[in-house]
Structures are given as C-alpha cells and as structure tokens.
Write a protein that binds this ligand. Structure first.
Ligand code: GLU
Length: 307
C-alpha cells in the first residue's frame, strides 16, 4: 500500500502586533488540527505591509508560540518563509497572470491601502464604482501622464465557487458579487489575496485553519489557486474571539496580549483558558500536548466568543 502523504498545516500571523487571545485561538486550532492528523506545520510570517510589520512583533509571536508549546516543523526564521522576502516568486505569478490577460491597472485608491493585509470585518473589499477595467489605452495614458500610479487588479469571472468548510459547512459564492480585486498595490507591495493563495499552493498546504473573518476571502483564494493550477487545501475556519463591544480583538486589548498574559499566567493556564473559551475543554489548566489527546473539531464552538 502507498504511504499516505502527511497533511500540512500552517501558522500565518501578520507581525502587526503581538499575539492575543483572538489570533492565538487560530494558532492553537491550527496546531491541534495538524498534530491530531499526524501532520506537519509550517510557520509563515505574513509581513507584506512594511508599514504595519515589525521585527519586534515577529520575535514576540515566535516567543509566544514556543512558550505555549505550539511547535512547528519548518519555516520562520529561515529564508523563504517571510512574505517580504518572496517578492521574486510573486513577480513570476504576476507575469503569468498578466500574460494571460487577467490583470489591468487600476487608478482608484480607495481600497488600496489595506490590500496587503488580510481583510477584517468592516474594511472595504472592493470599490463598486471602479471602471478602470474598461479604460481605453488613451484613457490609461492620460491618467499616467497626470501622475497617477496604478495598482493592479485581477478580472474575476461570473463564476460560482462552492466549497465545504470543515467547521462551518457548505458555501457558494459568485466571484462577480465581490468584484475584481487588487493583487498588487501602486507602491509595488503585493496584496494579501495573491500572496496567501500562492504561498498556500507553493508550500503544499493541505489544511488551512484560521479565523472566520477570512471565510469571505476563501472563494477568491480557491479561484486563484485553481487559476494557477494548484491543489485546493481543506479550509477550517475558527470562531472569532470578540471584545464586549462585539469587535474582533486587536492590539487595543492590552491585557489580553500574549506577553502580558505570560507574565501573569502559566502556559497551561493560558492554553486551558483558550480551550475552555473554544469549547474543547472545561477550561482547566492543561498543556497543548495534553489537549491533543481529546481534541475534536466537533466540540469547537461555532458562534463568536465574547471575552
Ligand atoms: N495573516 C493573516 C492574519 O494574521 C492570516 C491569513 C490567513 O490565515 O490566511 O490575520
């Protein structure tokens, strides 16, 4: 009999802050998912946006994962696993898409700034007023001459993408509903959607575990991977941990930041609390390795979790 190839999962944090209860929940689930299937884990640093990333945050994230016993097999800090160092690979993908006439320059600037980061709830996904796809060569030249620098968008077809999320079930989304999207900003920084799709494919990721706010990006990523000829991972989205104001946790919640928590609590207390919030245990202190013994996606909460 052929040996079944091991599953490959990933941690893919953005170093725009330290870890907190929200993104730690996704890391814990990614780790439990990979280890419970006997799989490997890759740690990829999503530092595309130079303005929002820092080396201190990278080190803090790496320290926290280690302190909590969430180990990985391959990746950061080795070369090739930080998105900022992968632009030559993205250039090749860009050329390929350009050659296939799937790209066009866009001179609007509304949603551009955020394109390098994973979209969070409430942030603009596309600009419905954009008509750049239909500009003539002359129209483009005039805009260029007036000093406007273009971002690059990809033309999406009228096409329904169906997928089954391992935790939330069946989804179907017509790509045209969210419209063409940016794959490269006008300052040359590649956008999250392009980088994440290509990296998941290039790194052989077979299971993507991440926060539920990225469910709405999944159809576009599946389509990009299909377009590039890669195999589609199995997606598992995790409930979000939200503040009492209903908003996703972020750096605003200082006391729920991993560094502050590790000063006051043991790794087992933090893992136990997270597991309790996620519904996978009663919340008693326990190590990640102990939790693995009774992990089951069926127990994971589906609603967002208020903290
Ligand atoms: N880098 C993204 C974030 O930290 C996660 C992207 C993903 O898992 O696809 O929000």
């Amino acid at each position: 009999m052929y040996k079944r190839q091991a599953e490959t999962g990933r941690f893919a944090p953005s170093p725009s802050g330290q870890l907190h209860m929200g993104n730690l929940a996704a890391c814990l689930l990614a780790w439990l998912d990979a280890r419970s299937t006997g799989g490997r884990l890759i740690f990829r640093m999503e530092d595309l946006d130079p303005e929002r990333s820092s080396k201190e945050n990278e080190q803090s994230i790496s320290r926290t994962l280690k302190a909590l016993g969430l180990d990985w097999d391959e990746g950061y800090p080795n070369a090739g696993y930080s998105q900022s160092g992968r632009s030559e690979k993205y250039d090749e993908v860009f050329e390929l898409l350009l050659h296939r006439d799937l790209l066009y320059p866009c001179y609007c600037s509304r949603s551009e700034r955020l394109a390098a980061s994973a979209p969070h709830p409430g942030e603009p996904r596309h600009d419905p007023g954009c008509k750049c796809r239909y500009l003539t060569a002359l129209g483009r030249r005039e805009l260029e001459q007036s000093g406007r620098r273009a971002a690059w968008k990809i033309k999406v077809p009228e096409k329904a993408i169906r997928f089954c999320d391992g935790h939330y079930g069946e989804f179907s989304e017509n790509l045209a509903d969210s419209g063409d999207f940016i794959i490269k900003r006008s300052d040359g920084v590649y956008a999250y959607q392009l980088a994440v799709s290509f990296d998941d494919m290039d790194m052989g990721i077979s299971r993507v575990v991440r926060g539920r706010d990225l469910l709405s990006s999944t159809a576009r990523q599946i389509w990009l991977i299909q377009t590039l000829g890669g195999s589609i991972p199995q997606y598992y989205h995790a409930p979000l941990i939200v503040g009492t104001d209903g908003r996703k946790l972020s750096k605003r919640y200082g006391e729920l930041g991993a560094e502050a928590m590790l000063q006051k609590h043991s790794p087992e207390e933090i893992i136990g609390r997270l597991a309790g919030l996620l519904g996978i245990s009663g919340g008693k202190p326990e190590s990640a390795a102990e939790l693995l013994g009774h992990f089951d996606w069926g127990k994971v909460e589906k609603n967002n979790i208020l903290i």
